[in-house]
Design a protein around this ligand. Sequence first.
Ligand code: NCD
Length: 321
Amino acid sequence: MNHLSELQVDDQGRLKHLLALQDLSEDHLITILQLATHFLEQQQQSNSSLLLANKKVINLFFEQSTRTRTSFELAAKQLGAHVVNFNVGFSSAKKGETLIDMAHTLESMQPDLLIVRHPSGGAAEFLAKHICGNTAIINAGDGCHEHPSQGLLDLFTICQHKSNLEELCVVIVGDILHSRVARSQIYAFTTMGISDIRVVAPKTLTPALVEKLGVRVFDDLNFGIKNVDVILALRLQSERMQGIYIPSKEEYHRLYGITVEKLALAKPDAIVMHPGPLNREVEIASAVADGPQSLILQQVTYGIAVRMAIMALLLNPEGVL
Ligand code: NCD
């Protein structure tokens, strides 16, 4: 076991934090998927279970986010938790407070769960190491590193719409280099035994040695998308780019955009996903994003059930297992 696994899973194999999907076991992934199925059914029947009654949850976001923060907030409230949104934009982090000082301040408030989004890779892990007591940490996206709850909801979406994971062919298209979502997706898919995982990106947006993660690398979308069952489109993460990686957005769309013509090269029943926010007519054409094969809005709905599953498992395992 590496350092990160030791931090997020205890001696009895119980999940203490959700920091990354790298090295998270298949058993843990399956448990989360099963719980999410349960919560999705509950949501559809308008039932609720107050598994997190009286628990204190703090959303600590150092980056702008609407959908992920709201999704966590809805999920926590649906389970009966008290949720506070800690708006770092107006907080002392802007006044020079270090992450460690902030960690100790938050620790004194004795939250049961801290949901952290931060522009630096490793920030959630850092907090997990430094906050004592019983506070669980969920990484809601750290720099270009990981975004485990998004990887899990993408896996859940695939499982809801496709059977026989081992036989699936999945392609991730876009800015792989700067994408924390791509990394979490690759770890989840390889752990679950999806045998054909492809990444498609211009060479400038393909991380060195990415094939070591167990994926096939293409720089031509016409080949990479051929006969796939699942297409995951990613946004160009311009806010993380230092320099010029593509000649123009128009050319990028022509070569790497998921258009109706490109989609026709995939299997006829292929599904299309995107974590949002969308840049229409850049990484995805509106005709595809709004078309019959798109699951983009379903992903948002599933995201709440998956986040309920993660939180229930972290804060009340006896209540759900
Ligand atoms: C992703 C993120 O923040 O990494 N979005 C999200 O969680 N809703 C992907 C992105 O920003 O492109």
